[in-house]
Design a protein around this ligand. Structure first.
Ligand SMILES: C[S@@+](CC[C@H](N)C(=O)[O-])C[C@H]1O[C@@H](n2cnc3c(N)ncnc32)[C@H](O)[C@@H]1O
Length: 234
């Protein structure tokens, strides 16, 4: 089985530009999207309870990719030493940083930057992370293979990539509302085998996958998965 079917819904559409514009316009209110807060809480609870050794509040350095205005980072903050949020939308990055400073957090503890990572050594000042988390965002990425390979390059050897997103239905039907299709490259979500192949292609090992919760989003009952892969120590 290949992941050819994981090519975006419309090959020629510029999903990155569409997402940037879409989330710039929703930066202040995106965490009010019905189901978003509850999903973030449950995702972080699952990450911390399934993989306790990954979370040390004195030492763990984390990246939150496609961080939005910081729902996941704020839940994760008490469990790690520092978090860098990365997103393509300047609007959400500004909201993330405003909320972090309103909570009295120093930028060394929690800050976001606007970037579309390419995997180059000079990006993020060459920083490598113990964990990279990415929630509710894989369905937006035009190439999930490229993004996973790039995120893996930002992990320390032995570091973990943790991806949470919406699970494919048995019949593979579209699960996102039609009015979001211009920003959703993978309208059916992902299954366990999809994620295994994406992670394996990126060189990640010790693949683990679990269904963590059900949420109501886009008017549908959706299942949320958590996938984990580890960057080998060479
Ligand atoms: C549904 S929001 C999820 C935000 C956050 N992870 C959360 O769980 O609350 C999706 C986010 O993905 C970002 N995004 C979309 N396409 C992206 C891309 N190609 N690279 C980086 N971020 C992207 C959007 O700007 C938006 O902030």
């Amino acid at each position: 089985m290949t992941t050819e079917h994981l090519h975006p819904h419309h090959e020629s559409h510029d999903y990155v530009a569409a997402n940037q514009q879409f989330f710039d316009g929703r930066a202040e209110t995106m965490d009010e999207f019905p189901g978003a807060k509850e999903m973030a809480k449950r995702v972080v609870r699952a990450m911390v309870s399934k993989y306790p050794p990954l979370f040390n509040e004195d030492t763990t350095t984390a990246m939150d990719y496609a961080c939005g205005n910081g729902l996941i980072s704020r839940e994760l903050c008490p469990h790690v030493k520092s978090i860098v949020g990365v997103d393509i939308s300047q609007g959400v990055v500004d909201q993330y940083n405003l909320r972090a400073s309103n909570q009295g957090l120093e930028p060394t503890e929690m800050k976001a930057i606007r970037a579309e990572l390419k995997g180059e050594d000079t990006e993020l000042d060459g920083t490598k992370f113990d964990i990279i988390v990415c929630s509710a965002a894989y369905h937006h990425f035009p190439s999930v293979d490229d993004t996973t390979r790039i995120l893996t390059s930002f992990l320390k050897p032995g570091g973990s990539l943790l991806v949470a997103d919406l699970m494919k239905k048995d019949d593979g039907r579209e699960i996102f509302a039609k009015d979001h299709h211009h920003v959703v490259a993978h309208t059916a979500g992902f299954g366990e085998e999809d994620m295994r192949q994406i992670f394996t292609k990126a060189g990640l090992v010790n693949f683990d996958f679990s269904h963590i919760t059900a949420v109501k989003l886009h008017g549908n009952d959706m299942d949320v998965f958590l996938a984990r892969g580890v960057k080998p120590v060479q």
